[in-house]
Design a protein around this ligand. Structure first.
Ligand SMILES: [Fe+2]
Length: 335
C-alpha cells in the first residue's frame, strides 16, 4: 500500500483508540483504503474497493487497515473471495432481527460468494457432490446462521445441535455410510435455517400462533430450501431442509409428499426434531421424559412418522444409558 494513506489511517486509528470517551464506549475503527489510479479509475470503483476493504478490516475484528494489495489475477480472485466472506461474516454479526429482508441480504451474499468461487471449486463435470465440495468457510457461515437463530430464543438454544446428534444416531443405527451420516448431521443442523426469513415477532411469540401467523411460520421450509439453492453440492441437504415437515401419510407441508416420496434424510430429521421438542422445556410447556417422548413417536408412527424409522430410533434410544442429550455434553465433546 502506498505510504501516505497507510500513515493517515494509522493516525486516525490511533486517535480513535486514544479517545477516552470512545474507549469507554468500546468503539473501534476499521479502515478500507483505495488509491487513484491503482485501485480504480472512477469514484465508484474507488469507493467499491475502499468499502470492500473496510469490511475485511471489520471481519478481522476492527482496529485494522485493509486495502486491495494485489497485482496478479490469482491474488485478486482470493481478495474478492475474502471480501465476500467478510461481507457474510459481518452481515451475520449484524443479524439483530429476522424477517424477509434479513433473508434477502443473506441470500444475496451467499449467491455472490458462490458465484465468486473459481470454476475448479464448484462447476466440475460431474459437479462435486456433498458438503466436502464446498469451502469450510461457507459451511461455517450457514451453520453459524442456524445457531444464531436458535439462540434468539432461550428455550431453543442448542436445538439444532441436539437434533443433529439424534438424527446422526438414527442414521448410524440404520447402517448408513459415514458420508451419508455426515450429510444427515449437517441437514439436521440446518433444518430450521429458513427461520431467518420469519419476522421475529412471530418467531419469538410466547403465546400460541393464530392461523395467519402459523401460515407464515410454515414458510420457513421454503425459505430454507431457497437459501441453500446457491450451494449446489448441498442438493440432498436442501431436500431434507425443504421436506422436514412432511408427514408420512401425506398431510404435511410444503408439498404433502407421502411415504418414501419424502427424502429419507427428511424422514429421519423430523423424528429427531420432534423427539427433542417433546423432551425439552419451552415457554409454554415442561419437557417430557424420554419414555413419554418415545411412546408419543410410536403413537404417531405411520401417520406423522415413517414407522420403520421410529422402530429403529426407539430401539437405539432404549440402549442408551441417558437417552436425553443435553447441549452441554455436546459442547464439551466438540471443545
Ligand atoms: Fe422446522
Amino acid at each position: 500500500m502506498p505510504p501516505v494513506p497507510r500513515q493517515l489511517s494509522s493516525k486516525l486509528r490511533g486517535w480513535v483508540a486514544a479517545d477516552p470517551l470512545l474507549r469507554e464506549k468500546n468503539i473501534s475503527a476499521s479502515f478500507g483504503i483505495a488509491c487513484y489510479p491503482l485501485h480504480g479509475a472512477s469514484p465508484q470503483e474507488l469507493i467499491q474497493v475502499a468499502d470492500a476493504s473496510m469490511y475485511l478490516s471489520k471481519h478481522q475484528g476492527g482496529n485494522t487497515v485493509s486495502t486491495a494489495d494485489h497485482v496478479d489475477p490469482n491474488e485478486a480472485r482470493r481478495w474478492k473471495r475474502d471480501v465476500l466472506e467478510a461481507y457474510l461474516g459481518v452481515t451475520l454479526k449484524r443479524l439483530f432481527t429476522t424477517g424477509p429482508e434479513a433473508f434477502e441480504e443473506i441470500y444475496l451474499r451467499l449467491r455472490q460468494f458462490t458465484d465468486s468461487l473459481p470454476s475448479t471449486e464448484i462447476a466440475q463435470d460431474p459437479p462435486p457432490d456433498g458438503p466436502r465440495a464446498l469451502p469450510q468457510s461457507i459451511l461455517d457461515t450457514v451453520t453459524s446462521l442456524a445457531y444464531a437463530i436458535d439462540a434468539k430464543d432461550q428455550y431453543t438454544q442448542g436445538h439444532s445441535q441436539k437434533v443433529s446428534a439424534y438424527a446422526a444416531l438414527l442414521a448410524e443405527a440404520l447402517g448408513m455410510s459415514d458420508l451419508e451420516v455426515e450429510e444427515i448431521r449437517l441437514g439436521a443442523v440446518l433444518h430450521d435455517v429458513g427461520k431467518v426469513g420469519i419476522p421475529e415477532i412471530i418467531l419469538n411469540k410466547s403465546g400460541p400462533l393464530n392461523l395467519e401467523e402459523w401460515d407464515t411460520m410454515k414458510t420457513h421450509v421454503t425459505f430454507g430450501g431457497k437459501l441453500l439453492e446457491p450451494l449446489v453440492p448441498l442438493g440432498r441437504i436442501r431436500e431434507m431442509v425443504l421436506h422436514h415437515h412432511e408427514f408420512f401419510d401425506g398431510s404435511g407441508y410444503p408439498e404433502a409428499l407421502a411415504g418414501e416420496k419424502i427424502p429419507l434424510g427428511a424422514r429421519i430429521i423430523t423424528i429427531a426434531d420432534s423427539y427433542d421438542t417433546i423432551t425439552s422445556d419451552r415457554s409454554y410447556k415442561k419437557g417430557r421424559t424420554a419414555d413419554q417422548a418415545l411412546s408419543e413417536l410410536e403413537r404417531c408412527a405411520g401417520t406423522q412418522f415413517d414407522p420403520h424409522l421410529v422402530q429403529a430410533f426407539v430401539r437405539a434410544m432404549r440402549q442408551l444409558p441417558n437417552p436425553i442429550i443435553e447441549i452441554a455434553s455436546l459442547l464439551s465433546r466438540t471443545s
